[in-house]
Every structure is written in C-alpha cells, then in structure tokens.
Ligand binder design. Structure first.
Ligand SMILES: C[S@@+](CC[C@H](N)C(=O)[O-])C[C@H]1O[C@@H](n2cnc3c(N)ncnc32)[C@H](O)[C@@H]1O
Length: 275
C-alpha cells in the first residue's frame, strides 16, 4: 500500500471537492505546521491516524461544517478567537460594525470619564473584545442569552487578557439598571424558512433566526434602548432590512440615523443616537 503523503492527502480533499485553501488550512491544523511548509513538503509522509482524522474532517467540511469549528478558531479584527458550535462564527462583515463602534468611542472627549459600552448578544465575544482591544479606556460589558456562548466568550477574554465583563440574559434584561454611552448588537436577523439556513445548519439556530421576517430581535434591541442608553446604538442587519431598521430607530426617537455599506455596496449596519 502506498504511504500517505501531504500531496496524496490534499488530492483526497480535492476528490471531496474541498476548496484548496480550506484543504491546506485543515491539514496544517492536523500537522500543527504552517501552510507554507505543506506547499514545500508535498512528499512528506503522514501517519495513517493523522490521514484518517484529516479525511474525516474533510468530509465534515464538505458537509458544510464551518472550517472555524474544525480548527477551533477564527480571526476577527486581528484577534484570534476560539470558536465552538455554541457560537456563531464571526463574519468579516461584522468588522464593519466593530470599526464604526471604535470610531465613535475614539471620538469620546479625552478628559471625560470612561465611555461605557455594551455588546448585546456577544457570541464568541467578537465585537466586545475587538472594542476592548482597540479602546482600552472603554468599560465594556458583553451579554448573551446562551450560557454556552458566554463561556466561549469568557475563555477568549481570558486568553486575550482583555477586561470585558459578562452578563447573562435576554437583550437589555442582562444589564438591568445600567446605563451605557454606546451599544452594539449583531442579533439574529434571518427569517424563519430562509433558504440560506440550509447551508448554515451547523451554527446555532438561536444565533441566526428571528421571527417577524428576521426583525423581531432587532426590534427588541431598539425598543429597549432608551431605558439603558444615552448615545449611539449601532446594529448589524440583513442586506434588505436597512429601511425597516431605520424606521424603527426613528420611531424610537433616535437622531442622526445613518448606515454603513459593505464592500459589495449592501447596507449592512444602521445606527442612531439616543439623547
Ligand atoms: C448573530 S449572533 C452574533 C454573535 C456575535 N455578536 C458576532 O457578531 O459574531 C447573535 C447572538 O445573539 C444571541 N442571542 C439570541 N437571542 C438572544 C436574546 N434574546 N438575548 C441575548 N442574546 C441573544 C445568540 O446567542 C448569539 O450569540
């Protein structure tokens, strides 16, 4: 029998129709090496155990399991976050929301007290940790209704040594009695039955799906904001939800309602200011 090599393992991944980048990232993960090493050592032999584990992961990847779950991590705003199936895999488009929040916090007057920031529905901790890392003056609180998600986010905060406080509960209820200067949220916003959900079936449904055509969670966050916020409420939403979110923000008395578009030109974040 021919000994398994790096090249043969990658050819096996190709037969499963895996993207080449995913195939090499997975193999680098199993061999604990850099991708560059693989490219220069195609004839290096692999143990049968590693080959079997690698091809097993390739099959899972071909079944739409996110690469981040298989390798256990995902980069967000330059931070290496650990992720598990308890949390949504942080998306590149969410960096748009992180950048908007960071811009606002950096504009906070230098002599003033520390700005208080909340990330509602933190998942892996992506937004809260990116903000805490970029804005060391900010006091950052991160919430989630999922205790398993909070455990992942807390682990990330510990590993990255970022001082974020965590609170459990339904949207603003998690921070009852507290007030903030800025709030971010990337709540679930996919409509039940949306055909895209099939490809997202390995991620937690409660992180993705919301009633009322995907708007229910966005509405809850907006409607509860005035009792807890004097400042910007910045929200991620679906590409076709900007108008509905803007109308709700205006209805809730927000001023300066504005939006941010992704690189494809889709409106993906909308925010407004509560005075
Ligand atoms: C789309 S994910 C976003 C995760 C993370 N903020 C990110 O951007 O990668 C939505 C998050 O909201 C949380 N969530 C869902 N319903 C919630 C609720 N009623 N109250 C608080 N958090 C909730 C989910 O557990 C999930 O972590």
């Amino acid at each position: 029998m021919t000994a398994p090599t790096v090249d043969r393992a990658l050819a096996g991944a190709q037969r499963l129709r895996l993207d080449r980048l995913d195939a090499t990232r997975l193999l680098a993960h199993h061999l604990q090496c850099r991708r560059e090493w693989l490219l220069a050592h195609g004839d290096a032999t692999l143990t049968p155990e590693i080959t079997a584990r690698y091809l097993d992961d390739c099959r899972r990847r071909a079944d739409d399991v996110p690469l981040a779950y298989l390798i256990g991590q995902r980069e967000f705003m330059g931070l290496e976050l650990q992720v598990t199936p308890a949390v949504l895999v942080p998306r590149p488009e969410t960096e748009l929301l992180a950048q908007w929040a960071i811009e606002q916090i950096r504009a906070w007057p230098s002599g003033a007290r520390a700005p208080r920031v909340v990330d509602l529905g933190t998942g892996s901790g992506a937004l809260a940790l990116a903000i805490a890392s970029a804005c060391p003056r900010a006091e950052v609180v991160a919430t989630d209704v999922s205790r398993n998600a909070l455990a992942v986010a807390q682990g990330n905060a510990r590993r990255l040594q970022l001082p974020v406080r965590f609170a459990h509960g339904h949207w603003w209820h998690a921070v009852r009695g507290e007030r903030f200067d800025l709030a971010v949220a990337n709540p679930p916003y996919v409509a039940p039955g949306d055909p895209h959900l099939a490809a997202l079936r390995h991620e937690p449904a409660e992180a993705l799906v919301a009633d009322d055509a995907g708007l229910a969670a966005l509405h809850q966050v907006i409607d509860g904001a005035r009792a807890h916020l004097s400042g910007w409420l910045l929200l991620e939403h679906g590409w076709d939800q900007a108008e509905a979110v803007r109308d709700r923000l205006v209805g809730a008395g927000c001023a300066d309602v504005a939006l941010r578009r992704d690189l494809q030109g889709h409106a993906r974040c909308t925010g407004g200011r509560i005075e």
